[in-house]
Design a protein around this ligand. Structure first.
Ligand code: ASP
Length: 354
């Protein structure tokens, strides 16, 4: 799809410069006073809608995707467009705030964390459950705190040089998040990694959990992604036909096997044979638990050991969202076979602990 970007510059001071990239989603909606319908508002007016932002005294520039997207429509080429913007603007800004629909925000945050190698500036994704034009919106608070975090430095070094998600007073490592609530303001969780910051009367940073690059290297942007993956979510009573349908997907290079508990699956011979046949054909099978907290340990139960024996790779404590993005990234970059299996269980940007 052809995309245009509408840019507005609002010079406010010579101090910190933050680029706010608006991609779509609930946060940017405003009620049409005549019809009551929600429609995206003109981003040129962001400072009128959220005048509190002026008080920071930052140079705030905005860039709006055109067309705007509901995040359920997001595809990997959208992630490529986003990282290319960050690459082009990297030297001009101290940090980036991405306003994004909540539905797939965790997928985008995960993908960006792999695609932006050597990142040394904050990239904070946020959104809201209620449009910014609604009186009780959570969007203003989220946007204001995300902007403050994107600009936060100590000794001229950014406090959080990672891809993060800020939502309802908490800052999370993006590739550890999951959207878990479609209604409450605290829509995101990071069950396997502590928040990087908490916003109360002040913003308290959890420095021990934030990744700081050991060496300042130039940003390296990766734009090759492959969507040749499939997902097999297990449930008691799954039929051979359902398993076959997923494993027969043409061209797939990897399957995420969504297992029970600590990575367990049926030990029925028909099931194990199908998984082994897929592995023998060169398809990577990655074990990711259906549980949101904790992870895969294929040495714990007989049922898990069986999967390990036939060559299933461990997703350890990775989220489903990060597993999808990681496989797209690794396969897109040409990894396959044993090398892909090794890479997938090792951390690239803090998304997994094995
Ligand atoms: N469907 C919307 C989106 O993800 C929901 C939201 O923004 O919260 O774009």
């Amino acid at each position: 799809m052809r995309r245009n970007f509408l840019e507005y510059n609002s010079k406010m001071s010579e101090q910190k410069s933050i680029l706010i990239i608006y991609t779509g989603g609930t946060i940017g909606m405003k009620e049409n006073p005549e019809t009551g319908a929600l429609a995206p508002f003109n981003f040129e007016q962001i400072l009128n809608e959220v005048p509190e932002l002026r008080k920071f005294g930052f140079n705030l520039d905005t860039l709006s995707f055109s067309p705007l997207v509901d995040s359920s429509d997001i595809t990997p080429d959208f992630w490529v467009a986003l990282v290319e913007i960050i690459q082009q603007k990297y030297d001009q800004y101290n940090g980036f705030v991405i306003l994004h629909g909540t539905d797939t925000m965790s997928f985008t945050a995960s993908a960006l964390s792999f695609m932006l190698e050597n990142l040394s500036k904050p990239v904070v994704l946020t959104g809201s459950q209620l449009p910014i034009g609604k009186i009780r919106t959570d969007g203003k608070e989220n946007l204001i705190s995300a902007t403050e975090i994107a600009a936060a430095t100590s000794n001229n070094q950014p406090l959080v040089p990672e891809v993060t998600v800020f939502f309802e007073n908490q800052l999370f490592r993006g590739n550890r998040t999951t959207k878990h609530n479609a209604e409450h303001f605290n829509a995101f969780r990071s069950d396997n990694y502590l928040p990087l910051a908490q916003a109360g009367i002040s913003i308290k940073y959890n420095f021990a959990n934030i990744h700081y690059p050991a060496k300042m290297l130039p940003l390296r942007v990766h734009t090759k992604l492959s969507a040749d993956i499939a997902v097999l979510k297990l449930f008691p009573g799954i039929t051979p036909q359902a398993v076959d349908a997923v494993l027969a997907t043409s061209n797939i290079k990897a399957v995420i096997l969504e297992t029970f508990g600590s990575g367990n699956a049926s030990t029925s011979p028909w099931f194990l044979k199908r998984i082994k046949d897929a592995i023998d054909k060169g398809i990577l099978v990655l074990n990711v638990s259906q549980c949101k907290a904790g992870g895969v340990d294929m040495d714990k139960y007989e049922n898990g050991i069986k999967l390990k024996e036939i060559g299933v790779a461990s997703g350890c404590d990775i989220t489903f969202e990060a597993a999808v993005a990681k496989l797209m990234f690794l396969i897109g970059n040409g990894f396959q076979g044993e090398e892909l299996k090794q890479k997938v269980s090792k951390s690239i940007s803090g998304e997994i602990t094995c």
